[in-house]
Design a binder for this molecule. Structure first.
Ligand SMILES: [Zn+2]
Length: 120
């Protein structure tokens, strides 16, 4: 299993979530199978962020090994497409962010801190 995930260019993080280099997609392993989604930013407190998986699809534990690489690749592609649909534009810096990195409808956290003086 780990080899298949590594071949999909994923690496395990300290929290056990396997992610891509850009930390945009995640795979969670469990005895029930794999859970694949894109990574938003969730907030426990104002300064305590965590990776929050969205639009999660489930690959059952019973998927045959010879099909697993392809199933993972399809699930990752679908997660990447779902993430792209959810990216939002910051009207100030013109960059695109996941919803959890936005302060308001059209302002990212960085711009809110830098330009609006918002403290988190
Ligand atoms: Zn911005």
């Amino acid at each position: 299993m780990e080899q298949i995930l590594q071949e999909a260019d994923l690496r395990p993080g300290e929290d056990g979530l396997w992610t891509d280099a850009g930390h945009t997609l995640g795979v969670a392993r469990s005895r029930a199978g794999l859970f694949v989604g894109w990574l938003d930013v969730g907030w426990i407190g104002t300064d305590d962020a965590f990776s929050e998986m969205r639009d999660v699809s489930h690959l059952a534990a019973g998927v045959r090994p010879e099909h697993l690489s392809r199933e993972i690749a399809i699930a990752l592609d679908e997660a990447a497409a779902a993430r792209a649909e959810h990216l939002r534009d910051c009207g100030r810096c013109r960059e695109r962010f996941v919803p959890g990195q936005m302060y308001g409808a059209d302002c990212c956290h960085s711009c809110a801190t830098r330009e609006l003086g918002v403290r988190f």
